[in-house]
Design a protein around this ligand. Structure first.
Ligand SMILES: Nc1ncnc2c1ncn2[C@@H]1O[C@H](COP(=O)(O)OP(=O)(O)OP(=O)(O)O)[C@@H](O)[C@H]1O
Ligand SMILES: [Mg+2]
Length: 384
């Protein structure tokens, strides 16, 4: 029925002229060959690290590889023999990875798609085509895909670094030019404020206070810009992560109280010192903890833990919140400069953190599955 059976069919028809004894033997040989081929196809479909789906012309799933089951979030036993559109459940049709139009001959080659099975997100490279019988009638279709998530995230990381480098260049060039006039505006405003206060003009004093606060905000923003363009005055020293945590816990706790959040600190066994800039490390922990606290709008628990990963010679810092989590389609964006979902956010917090941790040869990973978010920072140490 399917094209791939053609050689076998050919072998059978060649023997059709032989005598009945020969015919019996060759049919038996062909049967053995067919069984072997079927066994091979079965084993191949199970073991291969490729997504494979075979459909018949009723849009029913005839076979599926284990890897495809994993990516689709389906169970082989429960999905075979079912209509493909049914298998996608409540998902809107336009988001189905496999579309019915496939059976109308709409084939694709190396088509890049993002797919989320509700738990994990994958970047796939997909091929699909119809299968035809000898009369060129469509009898089914196949879908093949490779998981290229790692390649894509590498590519995105390179693009992100390029963007950061560009922003850094612009920032370095303009930051000082912005700060200098700001300093004189701030100085004069402080003078005005004093004069206005002396004259008892309370309302005007209040206005100048607002202006001063806003100027401070611009100053902070420019400061973050400068950090993005690679910190200039970094003091690299041996730093005890526990000590850094102890220094900043009061800051985190006071921020938490304002948001009705409870802070839990889990310090494990002692960890080796890391080589880093203490102040920058503080900034990273505070930024990530602050994000967690801000995410828990209805209160919750922020859990900070520090432990040692001896196998990889790293100190691991987990910052977990019980907030709503980060939707899968946003996870890749949160480290982008200026990406924010907050009304008053700059969207620079995480990109600055990532820059600082990468400069230390470390990594920041985020895992957010449905409920709550964990940021895991890994900072390498040398020796013990
Ligand atoms: N723990 C978290 N839970 C849910 N969403 C988060 C969490 N951490 C970060 N995010 C998302 O990532 C976005 C980017 O975070 P980032 O720290 O870079 O900027 P921001 O917090 O929006 O602004 P800023 O840090 O300048 O105040 C946030 O706006 C938020 O949508
Ligand atoms: Mg932030």
């Amino acid at each position: 029925m399917i094209d791939s059976s053609m050689p076998l069919h050919g072998a059978l028809s060649q023997n059709s002229m032989s005598d009945s004894c020969n015919e019996g033997a060759s049919v038996q040989a062909a049967d053995t060959e067919l069984t072997l081929l079927q066994q091979f196809a079965g084993a191949f479909i199970q073991d291969v690290n490729l997504g494979i789906m075979l459909l018949n012309n009723q849009f029913t799933l005839v076979d599926i590889s284990d890897m495809a089951c994993r990516v689709m979030g389906w169970e082989r036993e429960n999905s075979l023999g079912r209509r493909v559109n049914e298998l996608f459940g409540d998902m809107p049709t336009e988001h189905h990875l496999v579309q019915r139009s496939l059976l109308e001959g709409v084939s694709v080659r190396n088509h890049a798609v993002s797919w989320c099975n509700g738990v994990e997100r994958y970047e796939l490279l997909m091929d699909s085509n119809v299968m035809r019988d000898e009369q060129q009638q469509i009898v089914g279709a196949y879908v093949l895909f490779k998981d290229v998530s790692n390649l894509r995230s590498l590519e995105e990381q390179v693009q992100r670094s390029d963007r950061l480098a560009m922003i850094g260049q612009i920032a370095a060039g303009t930051a000082h030019e912005i700060r200098n006039p700001l300093t004189s505006i701030k100085g004069f405003l402080q003078m005005f404020k004093k004069t206005l206060r002396d004259k008892g003009m309370a309302k005007e004093v209040h206005y100048t206070e607002i202006m001063l606060t806003e100027i401070n905000r611009i100053n902070e923003l420019v400061g973050e810009f400068l950090l993005l363009s690679k910190p200039k005055h970094v003091t690299i020293e041996r730093v005890n992560v526990y000590q850094v945590m102890n220094d900043i816990l009061p800051i985190i706790r006071s921020e938490a109280v304002l948001h009705g959040v409870h802070v839990r600190y889990e310090a494990g066994e002692t960890v080796p010192n890391v080589v880093a800039d203490r102040e920058l490390l503080k900034q990273v922990f505070i930024n990530i903890a602050k994000n967690g606290i801000e995410a828990m709008v209805e209160g919750g628990t922020l859990t900070v833990s520090v432990k040692r990963d001896s196998a990889e010679q790293r100190v691991l810092i987990d910052i977990h919140d019980t907030g709503p989590g980060i939707p899968a389609f946003l996870v890749d964006k949160i480290f982008d400069p200026f990406f924010t979902t907050k009304q008053n956010g700059t969207g620079l917090g995480l990109s600055v953190c990532q820059r600082i941790i990468h400069d230390l040869g470390g990594t920041i990973r985020v895992s957010s599955k449905g409920f709550g978010t964990t940021f895991t920072l890994a900072v390498p140490y040398q020796g013990s």
